[in-house]
Write a protein that binds this ligand. Structure first.
Ligand code: FAD
Length: 317
């Protein structure tokens, strides 16, 4: 079932959804099931599975020199979605990115997703590869998420890359896109970023999922700014717990977001990461209750290795 149908069916009720990473290569899918098992009692409407492109890494040879190799640490997004659907009978949302893909591979991936019975995709640009300073599309690949989105919209209209296939099978993907309550880090300002977000919605996005934020006021201001420029699709808040002191610097550096002073002060007072986890759980619960009260359609949790924190929060809602 499509994400948008879940939202419409729930009417004014807030539903929950979770986001997981594919297991690290070598770990097997059982690790992921172990992660998901404690979360399934909350009957998530859907589960997102992130996409991780290949990276170049340098491996040391026996003679001390280095060899550049391409590795993909977390493969399998599409098949993991199918496996989760099969095991838990829940809808899934594979993330699809521009980075590392040509348009033909993208089309094949979309066709495979339909064969697997997957109704949803979250379309993203992806970040620059680790060895690049700025995002570089594949030769002939998409430069921005909107270009990938248009390919999905085309396929939904039965427009394939090969002219001859025009008017054959139409896919029916529900399409989500990313939004940034604290602005995407490359955008010169919020207005420009919002204009590009609106372009994605005008081109056919059914809903928006936000980057994580820790200050609900920023989400509310973002939603208002979106509505003011005519973005009317559901805007799903993305939420993540804090659980280590290191996140005080890692989260702003990696995701280009701020931690509110009250939260960072509480984290700084903690002597152990267990204490930080307690602070993070309370903060996430407070955020979730407030968002639910405000009538958000979905609470989307980035579970990222800490399913028990998310489970403790959702239990209290
Ligand atoms: P875009 O919408 O293409 O925007 C990128 C930048 O370009 C923005 O600054 C925007 O303002 C600007 N822009 C957009 N259109 C144009 C245009 N036509 N001309 C000029 N500028 C333009 N990354 C992964 O690799 N895998 C994942 O699974 C993943 N999941 C994510 C899930 C969520 C909910 C979010 C919020 C992010 C996720 N990311 C993921 C990270 C994402 O790929 C990065 O944030 C990336 O840098 C931007 O992706 P986007 O889809 O927002 O890009």
């Amino acid at each position: 079932m499509k994400v948008i149908d879940h939202i419409n069916q729930a009417k004014d009720k807030t539903i929950v959804s979770f986001e997981v990473l594919p297991p690290l290569k070598g770990k097997g899918i059982e690790a992921l099931y172990k992660h998901l098992d404690p979360l399934m009692e909350f009957k998530p409407a859907f589960i997102n599975v992130t996409y991780h492109r290949s990276e170049h890494v340098f491996k040391k040879r026996a003679d001390g020199s280095f060899e550049k190799v391409v590795v993909r640490k977390r493969p399998g997004t599409e098949s993991i979605c199918a496996a989760i659907m099969n095991k838990y009978n829940v809808d899934t949302v594979p993330h699809l990115i521009c980075g590392g893909f040509g348009i033909n591979e993208t089309e094949d991936a979309l066709i495979n997703l339909r064969y697997l019975g997957i109704d949803n995709v979250l379309v993203l640009r992806g970040d620059a590869a680790k060895n690049e300073t700025a995002f570089e599309p594949e030769p002939g690949g998409h430069k921005y998420a909107i270009d990938l989105l248009k390919q999905v919209v085309n396929l939904n209209a039965g427009i394939y890359l090969e002219e001859d296939l025009k008017g054959t099978h139409k896919t029916e993907f529900c399409i989500g896109v990313a939004g940034y309550p604290e602005k995407h880090f490359e955008a010169p300002n919020m207005d420009t970023d919002l204009r590009y977000l609106k372009a994605k919605v005008d081109a056919g996005a059914d809903y928006i999922v936000t980057q994580m934020f820790f200050d609900n006021a920023k989400y509310y201001a973002f939603v208002k700014a979106c509505r003011d420029i005519g973005i009317n699709v559901p805007i799903i808040p993305g939420l993540k717990p804090v659980y280590t002191k290191k996140q005080l610097t890692v989260l702003p550096k990696t995701f280009h977001i701020d931690l509110p002073t009250d939260l960072s002060n509480e984290m700084l007072k903690c002597k152990t990461d267990e204490e930080v986890e307690q602070v993070g759980t309370e903060w996430l619960l407070h955020q979730s209750k407030d968002l639910k009260k405000s009538g958000v359609p979905v609470l989307h949790y980035y579970t990222l290795g800490k399913p028990h924190i998310v489970a403790n929060v959702v239990k209290e809602l």
